[in-house]
Design a binder for this molecule. Structure first.
Ligand SMILES: *[C@@H]1O[C@H](CO)[C@@H](O)[C@H](O)[C@H]1NC(C)=O
Ligand SMILES: *[C@@H]1O[C@H](CO)[C@@H](O)[C@H](O)[C@H]1NC(C)=O
Ligand SMILES: *[C@@H]1O[C@H](CO)[C@@H](O)[C@H](O)[C@H]1NC(C)=O
Ligand SMILES: *[C@@H]1O[C@H](CO)[C@@H](O)[C@H](O)[C@H]1NC(C)=O
Ligand SMILES: *[C@@H]1O[C@H](CO)[C@@H](O)[C@H](O)[C@H]1NC(C)=O
Ligand SMILES: *[C@@H]1O[C@H](CO)[C@@H](O)[C@H](O)[C@H]1NC(C)=O
Ligand SMILES: *[C@@H]1O[C@H](CO)[C@@H](O)[C@H](O)[C@H]1NC(C)=O
Ligand SMILES: *[C@@H]1O[C@H](CO)[C@@H](O)[C@H](O)[C@H]1NC(C)=O
Ligand SMILES: *[C@@H]1O[C@H](CO)[C@@H](O)[C@H](O)[C@H]1NC(C)=O
Ligand SMILES: *[C@@H]1O[C@H](CO)[C@@H](O)[C@H](O)[C@H]1NC(C)=O
Ligand SMILES: *[C@@H]1O[C@H](CO)[C@@H](O)[C@H](O)[C@H]1NC(C)=O
Length: 857
């Protein structure tokens, strides 16, 4: 009780302090932009020009191309280009450390080639990067953009200067940056035990540090605005796991509350980090034979501090789970016992260890203690941070990573695999059966290529590369494992999928569904029945049981498990576990309390949704699909987008479900996957139907039908109506073209839709239904347009300004955009723009889709 009050008090206290502080001297700059903007996580960015000490030597610029994996237009699509040494100056409170984050997107900016940019950055006396090449680094890390985070020692001058200087060793060199963040931070660093020495400590107090990795172990990506007041992003740890044994992840039960001890401020790490963990697994015998290991690429010849975050979520007693911690094969900690450290279940604790790394790898390994005999041979970890300390010369910069020979080879192999042969691209239409066979071999080839790549990543012999992504966004991390798509090729579940989600016994499932009682059925699909159920003494779940007679079931079951066990996104339904026993195939999902979107539109006897709610649901679903299409290295095509596959949780958050038909899509120069047509009538892309060629634009088409369904609250296909009204897609397009769309709008919302919003929404839906895939927008454009429509609905006056700026008129945008890129001779052309940032975003995204389209995607 006492601790509770204290916890609450400190929570309020610290968030209060943080508020005051952050208002005081946080700087978040969208470099090269005139008006700032808001990024995908909702953070606000301001223009940078007033912090430059001189207006000479630098110009604003716009990126020529928007990579689909960019998390947001702000701050990446604008940049500041420095032709010679230039400095940003910030006045800050002198006693604090500051985070300095630099964002780089190595695109071409007008006539400037990114490979010419070599430069150094110095801040507060520490060299952050030197001879830095963003494109080389990005290539080596297989990323489109780079974020570097540093913690700079307190300044005693009241100023923090950040200086960009082009290298003088390369002709024509320049410097650039897309985003700069300067954020005050509490001093989170403490003396760390130096591994390999007894009673020696490394004190970071006088050093600047670079964050190398920050992982929410066993959990998912935590965006900066969900961090506990230090605006850090936490990433999934799975890409860094080494070896075949991955352990299992678990999370705190819903009724468990994480209690920070009184001497530990909550900004050390957020609750989300402590409420998920990775352990070695339930097989205690197996655990004794392996180390739970992560492998990180780092720069050689630096001191590193490795911070381990722990929080026991299941056990309560000392000596139940005791383990050893190794760093680079040296013992960092013997007999680690989280309960002994923290005193209790659900109480977090963290430990710091320092190690000097002369090579380029950092191994982190856990193994059950053998000297003590704990009750369970197991180990856990909740979070991990790795920081690099500056060397004695105040330098933090490492060399540019060398894209490894293996990476280059893998890339060229991949290209060969996917480059469409002449005959294939000209033949175009392939018959159903042949098409199916071709698809299979493409998918198999993909699996093999991917499998090789994964193998190589994990091959310790290969050493040199910085192949593993450093600081990937959640989006790309998830993708790395998503792609295996092995289900298509093999009939076994990959051991990884099996490890990533929980296994349930048939007894548990039967108990939870009252032996599959018909009263528990909440849905029926091609796959079988879906039951409502309870597991673990109270957790509500949805249980999908395959129809044993359906042969297709096996395949779809495995596809779904492979896809979903690795995809984690707020707008995708999450898989909790599965059961494969006695020929039964059962999937267990989070229970979506509010059911399907369709039952809230019609056929549900539910009270009608407001227009704003409908827009928000569409935006959520669009986000989920956008993530599938572009979040992964390989596009994932859902193939069965419809209102019954969009589910709603108890907070009305939309989640895309049912990945049984999903396929990894085309990549690189390949424009489509040939396949046997599947999906649901009423939503089927006519082009896909005609040509059996699947692209992500097929999902866009189906989503267009969903949009009209939401607007009109009628089914996609209604055979009882007169012929010209059977198909909603045909009917809506007809009405839209005749200007009588009003006629089919759901009467419940008809009077409450802002006209501009309606126009935006209907135009977007209409574009999605374009007959030709290439004419349909990308899912990202759909998302932007729906968000804009929502703005028009909730804030018609505010949005007006933007609309008048031209953003509302697609054809104007396009010519504007083309002129922008056609006229690349003068840098300032793309850089300064008179329209507001929002309309800029829209412009760029429209331009972007056009750009992609013209390449035939
Ligand atoms: C971020 O926090 C908000 C509010 O607490 C929550 O709804 C959202 O799911 C969180 N996002 C992630 C990715 O954790
Ligand atoms: C640690 O041990 C592994 C084998 O277990 C080896 O591959 C690796 O090179 C070692 N790392 C260091 C830094 O010695
Ligand atoms: C675990 O790692 C340590 C340190 O590298 C090593 O000595 C030990 O043999 C490993 N144990 C197993 C089972 O691999
Ligand atoms: C980092 O640089 C500072 C001076 O800038 C120096 O005092 C400190 O010792 C350096 N840190 C390490 C670990 O060498
Ligand atoms: C700068 O980096 C490039 C690419 O990594 C490298 O080839 C070159 O030698 C480096 N130059 C200096 C002066 O370190
Ligand atoms: C079955 O469920 C009841 C409560 O719903 C629970 O008490 C019991 O332990 C469960 N039995 C099994 C075998 O899971
Ligand atoms: C795509 O094709 C173009 C020419 O058609 C070629 O120049 C380019 O290198 C190819 N890109 C990839 C990634 O294969
Ligand atoms: C959009 O711009 C085009 C060309 O400038 C113009 O013909 C058309 O009327 C505009 N449409 C709207 C809705 O403003
Ligand atoms: C540029 O804009 C002008 C008028 O604004 C237009 O006539 C011209 O066609 C545009 N150029 C391109 C390449 O779109
Ligand atoms: C490029 O810009 C210059 C000066 O702003 C202008 O004179 C020229 O017509 C433009 N070129 C094109 C192709 O629009
Ligand atoms: C380029 O921009 C500068 C100033 O921004 C201007 O003086 C110059 O005339 C422009 N050049 C061309 C070719 O438009």
């Amino acid at each position: 009780m006492n601790t509770n009050t204290h916890f609450l008090f400190s929570l309020i206290f610290f968030s209060f302090i943080y508020k005051a502080k952050s208002d005081l001297d946080s700087f978040i700059l969208n470099c090269g932009s005139k008006s700032g903007g808001t990024d995908g996580d909702g953070r606000k960015w301001e223009p940078d020009s007033k912090y430059l000490t001189s207006s000479e030597n630098s110009i604003p610029a716009k990126a020529d191309y928007q990579d689909p994996s960019l998390p947001s237009i702000v701050p990446y699509m604008s940049a500041r280009i420095f032709s010679s040494e230039s400095t940003y100056k910030f006045s800050i409170s002198s006693k604090k450390r500051h985070w300095v984050r630099l964002h780089f997107y190595p695109s071409s900016y007008s006539t400037l080639n990114p490979t010419d940019a070599y430069f150094s950055v110095v801040a507060g006396g520490a060299t952050l990067v030197s001879n830095f090449s963003a494109p080389i680094t990005a290539q080596a890390l297989t990323q489109a953009y780079i974020v570097r985070e540093f913690s700079i020692t307190p300044s005693n001058t009241g100023n923090l200067k950040i200086t960009f200087k082009p290298s003088d060793k390369h002709k024509g060199s320049y410097a650039f940056v897309n985003g700069v963040e300067v954020i005050p931070m509490s001093d989170v660093f403490e003396p760390a035990t130096l591994v390999g020495f007894s009673n020696q400590f490394v004190d970071a107090e006088s050093s600047s540090l670079q964050t190398m990795y920050r992982l929410n172990v066993g959990g998912q990506y935590i965006p900066a605005n969900n961090d506990s007041s230090l605006s850090r992003s936490w990433y999934d740890d799975s890409p860094y796991l080494y070896g075949a044994a991955f352990g299992v992840t678990s999370e705190a039960e819903k009724n468990v509350r994480i209690l920070y001890p009184s001497d530990m401020p909550d900004y050390i790490a957020p609750v989300d980090v402590y409420s998920t963990l990775r352990s070695m697994g339930p097989d205690l015998k197996l655990n004794q034979n392996y180390n739970l290991t992560w492998l990180f690429q780092v720069d050689g010849n630096f001191m590193y501090i490795v911070r381990f975050h722990f929080c026991e979520l299941h056990l309560t007693k000392i000596n139940q789970r005791v383990f050893d911690i190794y760093l680079n094969n040296q013992t960092a900690q013997r007999n680690a016992d989280v309960i002994a450290w923290s005193g209790s279940k659900a109480v977090p604790v963290y430990k710091d260890y320092a190690i000097y790394v002369s090579d380029k790898q950092l191994w982190v390994a856990l193994h059950p203690s053998t000297s003590i005999k704990p009750e369970f041979y197991d180990a856990i970890l909740n979070g991990l941070e790795i920081f690099k300390l500056n060397d004695t010369a105040g330098n933090l910069a490492g060399p540019n990573p060398v894209p490894s020979a293996m990476l280059l080879k893998a890339e060229s192999e991949k290209m060969r695999t996917f480059a469409p042969s002449k005959s294939e691209s000209h033949a175009g239409v392939i018959g159903g059966a042949a098409g199916g066979a071709a698809a299979f071999s493409i998918v198999v080839a993909l699996c093999i290529a991917v499998y090789h790549r994964k193998k190589k990543v994990l091959d310790p012999e290969s050493g040199s590369s910085s192949w593993l992504p450093l600081f990937t966004s959640s989006h790309t991390t998830a993708s790395k494992s998503t792609i295996s798509g092995k289900s298509t090729a093999s009939s076994q579940l990959s051991s990884m999928a099996a490890n990533l989600c929980r296994h349930f016994s048939l007894a548990e499932i039967k108990n939870g569904t009252r032996n599959f009682d018909e009263s528990q059925v909440i849905g029926v699909g091609g796959f079988g029945k879906v039951y409502k159920g309870v597991v673990d003494g109270g957790t509500k779940v949805a249980i999908k049981r395959s129809n044993p007679s359906s042969e297709q079931g096996v395949h779809e079951f495995q596809t779904e498990i492979e896809m979903l066990s690795k995809l984690r996104h707020r707008h995708l339904v999450s898989l909790i576990g599965y059961c494969e026993e006695n020929e039964e195939m059962i999937l267990v999902y989070d229970y979506m309390a509010f059911g399907t979107l369709r039952e809230h539109l019609y056929k549900g006897n539910r009270s009608p949704l407001s227009w704003k709610q409908r827009l928000e649901i569409c935006i959520g679903a669009a986000r989920g699909l956008h993530y599938l299409h572009t979040g992964a290295k390989y596009t994932i095509i859902h193939r069965d987008v419809k209102t019954t596959n969009i589910l709603l949780d108890e907070n009305w958050v939309a989640k895309v479900s049912d990945f049984g038909l999903s396929k990894t899509g085309p990549n690189l120069n390949q424009t489509h996957v040939s396949t046997v047509v599947k999906g649901s009538f009423g939503y089927l892309d006519p082009e896909y139907f005609r040509r059996q060629q699947l692209t992500e634009k097929s999902d866009v088409y189906s989503f267009g039908v969903v949009l009209f369904e939401v607007l009109s609250a009628r089914s996609a296909l209604n055979p009882s109506l007169p012929k010209e009204q059977v198909s909603l897609a045909d009917l809506a397009l007809n009405c839209q073209r005749k200007g009588i769309l009003e006629d089919i709008i759901d009467p419940h919302i008809k009077g409450n839709i802002n006209q501009k919003c309606l126009k935006k929404f209907a135009d977007t839906a209409e574009k999605c239904l374009s007959d030709q895939g290439v004419e349909r927008p990308m899912m990202g454009d759909v998302l932007w347009n729906l968000e804009f429509a929502l703005q028009l609905q909730v804030n018609p006056d505010g949005a007006n300004l933007v609309a008048e700026g031209g953003a509302n008129n697609v054809s104007e945008d396009l010519s504007h955009g083309n002129n922008m890129s056609a006229n690349g001779t003068n840098l300032s052309i793309g850089g300064e723009s008179s329209v507001s940032e929002e309309s800029n975003s829209l412009n760029t995204s429209v331009v972007f889709s056009q750009f992609i389209d013209s390449n035939g995607r």
